[in-house]
Design a protein around this ligand. Structure first.
Ligand SMILES: *Cc1c(COP(=O)(O)O)cnc(C)c1O
Length: 409
């Protein structure tokens, strides 16, 4: 029997002693929920009435014909409430918080997407909500901060360290230690100390369960390959879980190649040679760090993939050769986004566009008798500032300048 919380040699729970009791309580509550079929049924009911589950599987007919290879199907996690797969995780944890009788949730957020999803869940369940966000990110992601506050959350800008995600995580842990009775920490992805990777993977498994059923029905067979982008790894593990017992289906995780793997400006943990094993943020995995164990700065056009660590579950699957890792560069990602919008009328998030880019690169190698699935983790509307900037769109610039002048006057 493997030790709980370990995936091969990866994972674990490296937590301060003051949190032992809280984690014990969380492990017990989670195990009880997992063993109780009525909990999963309550989750399914909630996701079908408050989010849009089951999300559709869309056949990308135009692009499949254009590339002349495999038939391409898109799993539409963008159609979830708040526009991404993050809803699957936060709503699940919300139900667990209700079951534990706690009244307050806290979370860290980098780009703000997980903060918005958590604030939404808190509003729905009537929890108090505090979101920790690096001061640097608060400035960069104003629209998300705006919505978190309007949804009733308190956003606390973190001014320590580099004023970004990792500092926000530290601050959120500090908060948790002072108020463990009433507070639950809503981890945003399949990382951090046990039981978070297992718990988040369980909630996200809904994606894979649906996808297997849908592709079998529509294509009449299993896909040859399944593509998903990898930040922390939650949308990838979500869909991959549907195909782990069928080794003929190849699973492909796509990381942020940024300006290219040779540039050093990327967030490729498992597809580059730049990472090494380490323990940080409560778990053991491959980190982008220097020889002293200091975390490196990562870079990606998509904020959601810009992370130094990666899920211990994926690191183990990678080591076992069960998931292949690739990287897509910013420019490949922009080209894939452009093609998906123009040919299918679908706007993927910049994160998701990494999976599209890799699938488009490889679709031609396969036969028109083959099917592949791209997991579309989220919708791209949120990226309007970044995408408009990348297109160097003159009328958008004019609009922003005019708006600015209106406020300055
Ligand atoms: C947050 C986010 C990601 C990255 O998170 P994972 O845990 O790797 O799934 C990917 N896509 C979108 C749209 C996101 O919002």
């Amino acid at each position: 029997m493997a030790t709980p919380g370990y995936y091969g040699k990866w994972g674990g729970a490296f937590i301060p002693e003051v949190l032992f009791e809280t984690f014990k309580e969380l492990n017990i509550a989670f195990a009880a929920a997992k063993a109780d079929p009525s909990f999963w049924q309550e989750y399914l009911d909630l996701m079908s009435t408050y989010s849009c589950r089951p999300t559709p599987l869309t056949y990308a007919e135009n692009i499949s014909k254009h590339l002349g290879g495999a038939q391409i199907y898109i799993k539409r996690e963008d159609l979830n409430h708040t526009g991404a797969h993050k809803a699957n995780n936060v709503m699940g944890q919300g139900l667990l918080v209700k079951r534990m009788g706690k009244k307050r949730v806290i979370a860290e957020t980098g780009a703000g997407q997980h903060g918005v999803a958590t604030a939404t869940m808190a509003a729905k369940f009537g929890f108090d909500c505090t979101i920790y966000m690096g001061e640097e990110d608060v400035m960069r992601q104003r629209p998300n901060v705006f919505w978190m506050e309007k949804l009733g959350a308190t956003v606390i800008p973190v001014t320590s360290g580099t004023k970004t995600l990792k500092d926000a995580i530290n601050e959120a842990f500090r908060d948790w230690v002072t108020d463990m009775e009433d507070t639950h920490y809503v981890m945003g992805t399949v990382c951090g100390p046990h039981p978070f990777p297992e718990m988040v993977a369980w909630f996200q498994s809904i994606v894979g369960t649906e996808a297997v059923e849908q592709i079998s029905k529509f294509a009449g067979k299993l896909p040859k390959r399944v593509y998903a982008c990898v930040g922390g790894g939650s949308n990838a593990i979500g869909i991959f879980q549907g195909f782990l017992d069928t080794p003929e289906v190849e699973l492909v995780g796509v990381e942020a190649g940024g300006l290219g793997l040779d540039s050093g400006q990327h967030a490729a943990r498992l597809s580059s040679k730049d990472s090494s094993p380490g323990v940080a943020q409560g778990y053991h995995t491959m980190f982008l760090q220097n020889d002293d164990g200091q975390m490196n700065d990562t870079y990606s056009v998509s904020a959601g993939l810009d992370y130094v660590g990666v899920s211990p579950i994926l690191t183990d699957l990678w080591e076992q050769g069960k998931v292949r890792f690739e990287a897509a560069t910013d420019s490949e990602v922009m080209a894939a986004l452009d093609m998906t919008m123009k040919m299918e009328g679908i706007i993927p998030a910049l994160e998701s566009s990494h999976a599209f880019a890799q699938a488009y690169k490889e679709a031609g190698e396969l036969s028109p008798d083959d099917a592949i699935i791209i997991n579309m983790s989220g919708r791209g509307d949120k990226d309007i500032f970044t995408v408009a900037h990348a297109y160097d769109d003159p009328s958008w610039k004019e609009f922003i300048i005019k708006k600015g002048a209106e406020y300055a006057a």
